[in-house]
Ligand binder design. Structure first.
Ligand SMILES: Cc1ncc(COP(=O)(O)OP(=O)(O)O)c(N)n1
Ligand code: TZP
Ligand code: MG
Length: 213
């Protein structure tokens, strides 16, 4: 599977994003057809140290069983230590050239862009994919920037050419198709799956919305 295809339904979660056991939620999401996963363990009550590492390893094993890439958010050391498939870094995280130097060659390196300028820069720096957003308002990330809207997303697509692009922020079943029409290769979601009543059906429904003519 190419990175572009893996971005179709990109689920992101940490232990404080769900009420149920995070391993249970992840397994349900995998059974529902998510195509990529990012372990984002941050914020209130987030695990640290060996507890964080243990959960990362368990999540990686689950993802392996479903042949879904397992990425780590922010924490490059952890990604290397647990043998992840990649890392996602934002504008305030470790710079991409340093990440590339430290990580195995096969690592998928995703970079966030909150505007057109950052997207072009991340593309030139050689990001494997760009995570653009927030596209819509989100309550999940308290320090999220102003939403770029579908117009901002479409402009980013125009400027980065064919580079794999995933949209993030406030994406739900009702707006997923619009995001794909605006030029994203996939949707990246936290609450639409982690806070749903049924992570399996939520993932299935979101996936259906990404198939647009
Ligand atoms: C796929 C994807 N896109 C964007 C982000 C946001 O990254 P960042 O801006 O570094 O914010 P945090 O997630 O670290 O709070 C992401 N995680 N994933
Ligand atoms: C991590 C992140 N980066 C930009 S918005 C966001 C949060 C996305 O969460 P949700 O899918 O619940 O809006
Ligand atoms: Mg970050």
């Amino acid at each position: 599977m190419t990175i572009r295809h893996s971005l179709q339904v990109y689920f992101i979660m940490g232990s404080n994003n769900c009420i149920d056991n995070p391993l249970y939620v992840l397994e349900q999401a995998l059974a529902g057809g998510i195509t990529m996963f990012q372990f984002r363990e941050k914020g209130r009550g987030a695990k640290t140290g060996t507890d964080k590492q243990k959960l990362a390893l368990q999540m990686k094993e689950l993802c392996r069983r479903y042949h879904v890439p397992f990425l780590v958010n922010d924490d490059v050391d952890l990604a290397i230590k647990v043998g992840a498939d990649g890392i996602h870094v934002g504008q305030e995280d470790e710079p991409i050239d340093s990440v590339r130097r430290r990580c195995p060659e096969h690592f998928i390196v995703g970079v966030s862009a909150t505007n057109v300028h950052e997207a072009v820069e991340a593309d030139s720096a050689g990001a494997d994919y760009i995570g653009a957003g927030p596209v819509f308002a989100t309550a999940t990330k308290h320090d999220a920037k102003t939403p770029i809207g579908l117009e901002g997303l479409a402009e980013i697509r125009r400027l980065i050419g064919n580079t794999p692009l995933v949209a993030i922020g406030g994406i739900q079943e009702k707006n997923a198709a619009e995001v794909i029409k605006a030029g994203a290769d996939g949707i990246s979601v936290i609450s639409a799956i982690s806070a749903s009543e049924n992570a399996l059906t939520a993932a299935q429904q979101l996936k259906l919305r990404t198939i647009v003519n």
